[in-house]
Design a protein around this ligand. Structure first.
Ligand SMILES: Nc1nc2c(ncn2[C@@H]2O[C@H](COP(=O)(O)OP(=O)(O)O)[C@@H](O)[C@H]2O)c(=O)[nH]1
Ligand SMILES: [Mg+2]
Length: 461
């Protein structure tokens, strides 16, 4: 038989160990961040509170192919402007991680979190409330970090007849969007693969400046604030610093007052002049403009009542088997059917193998010692055949079939996977049902004993 060699290009350097990617889950309340985090974390994620607040975070390690990522579940934020002090800490983590820039060095609480800032942000978005979440997307893009959107709650969006044009939105925002149903573990593998590819490519979303008329009015202020000493002291992208000051954010304004008192009067004067060119106060104008741009994106990317994608047999089988209650009943039914088939096949295999061997040797009644020993050995071997052939062959066949066809295994997945080949399926080519059952059945058998070095917990994707 000819030997076929396949070359699989390995993307190096591998992002694992100390090089592992740091991914922050960011988003508005009830978007599904913690649900997504729980779906990928194992039983013992590392949790804590952001410094000086009662806002909790979670951290866990996730395997993504050969790469590894630290995933951080951050407290919810609605906006990056005019934040309450506790919410400000989440923004500080996104900006600075475990370091303090010069303007923040005097603060008593220490760094907001005990780890470096994220290499990539996953914004978890509620697909049924896309418009308001897109406002936050426009703000997050100003952080200048690679970003991916988890378009979560797609099950609810489908139920409401919402059709989201992922390609159009992705082109307009300059970042990837991956549909997910965190509650059922759907799309999670694709999400983290997209995150890893984005981090490797190093692509960052365009910073999403305000509309032209606001940009024009802010031009003199922008020029004045574009100073290396200012940017080094704040360690914040220029556009974000400009927007925060223009919007009158108290934190940034106070820090400017403390650290650059000589520059503040000029900045305030330029801000006043910019406001005079606009019909409404500057903070209001900026907010309305962001709202308008998010609404434009929403209208371009959303349609009502379009035919649902993927509502074939597999969709309905997934609906049944991934349902929190019916899924268990369906899985038990499939498991019972598999056992029934296996025992039926076993009975037939037994009748054509072991049973025939038993009747063949039944006439053999040796009286010599060697004959008696031989008969005993033969009986033992027949007993072995009687176990291996009828029971092992059907089981091995099921395992092989399930392993060879992971993409078509939705219906039988839950029961077959749990019983036979969960580890094989996850290790080789996880299908989304596998991920779903991972989300629903913790601790995950294949991963429970495999924590990554130096991490609280680890799961493979
Ligand atoms: N239908 C549906 N519900 C979800 C999904 N993801 C999360 N949820 C639910 O949304 C609610 C808020 O989720 P949670 O993870 O606490 O949101 P967070 O505030 O962003 O951390 C919970 O009741 C979840 O069960 C999803 O994909 N589909
Ligand atoms: Mg949460």
């Amino acid at each position: 038989m000819p030997i076929i060699e396949t070359t699989v290009p390995l993307r190096t350097p591998l992002l694992r160990g100390k090089r592992r990617l740091r991914i922050a889950l960011v988003g508005m309340p009830n978007a599904g961040k913690s649900t997504l985090f729980n779906a990928v974390s194992s039983t013992s994620p590392h949790t804590g509170e952001l410094a000086g607040t009662h806002r909790t975070f979670g951290e866990c390690t996730v395997q993504i192919g050969l790469d590894e990522a630290s995933v951080i579940d951050l407290p919810s934020i609605r906006s990056l402007h005019h934040l309450a002090p506790d919410d400000q800490t989440a923004l500080k983590y996104l900006l600075w991680g475990d370091e303090r820039p010069p303007v923040s060095a005097h603060e008593q609480d220490g760094p907001p979190a005990p780890f470096a800032p994220p290499d990539l942000i996953i914004q978890v978005v509620d697909a049924t409330r896309l418009e308001s979440h897109l406002e936050l997307t426009l703000e997050l893009a100003q952080l200048g970090r690679p970003m991916v959107i988890a378009l979560n709650m797609m099950d609810e969006a489908w139920k409401k007849g919402l059709y989201i044009n992922l390609k159009a939105l992705s082109t307009m925002l300059g970042m990837r969007l991956v549909p997910t149903v965190a509650l059922m573990g759907k799309g999670i593998s694709e999400l983290f693969t997209a995150a890893m590819e984005t981090a490797r490519d190093g692509t960052r979303p365009p910073p999403q400046p305000a509309s032209q008329h606001i940009r024009d009015s802010l031009q003199p202020l922008s020029r004045a604030m574009n100073r290396p000493d200012l940017l080094a002291a704040f360690r914040v992208p220029h556009l974000m610093l400009l927007t925060q000051f223009a919007a009158g954010d108290r934190y940034f304004q106070d820090e400017l007052r403390q650290h650059f008192p000589q520059l503040l009067p000029e900045f305030e004067q330029l801000r006043k002049e910019a406001a005079l060119k606009l019909p409404r106060p500057l903070p209001e104008e900026l907010h309305a403009d962001r709202h308008h741009r998010a609404a434009t994106l929403y209208e371009a990317g959303m349609r009502m009542g379009a035919p649902h994608l993927g509502r074939g047999l597999r969709f309905w089988l997934d609906e049944l088997f991934l349902h929190p209650q019916w899924g268990l009943i369906g899985s038990l039914a499939v498991f019972a059917a598999v056992l029934f088939v296996v025992f039926e096949v076993s009975a037939w295999l037994d009748s054509v193998t072991a049973a025939r061997l038993v009747s063949a040797v039944s006439e053999w009644r040796p009286d010599s010692t060697a004959g008696i020993v031989s008969r005993a050995v033969a009986d033992g071997l027949i007993g072995l055949v009687g176990i291996v052939v009828p029971y092992m062959i059907p089981l091995v066949f099921c395992c092989w079939w399930h392993w060879r066809r992971p993409a078509s295994c939705s219906a039988l997945h839950s029961s077959l996977t749990v019983v036979f080949t969960k580890s094989a399926c996850m290790a080789e080519s996880p299908c989304h049902s596998c991920l779903a059952s991972a989300a629903m059945s913790r601790p995950f058998p294949a991963q429970a004993g495999r924590p990554a070095a130096g991490s609280a917990s680890s799961r493979r994707y």
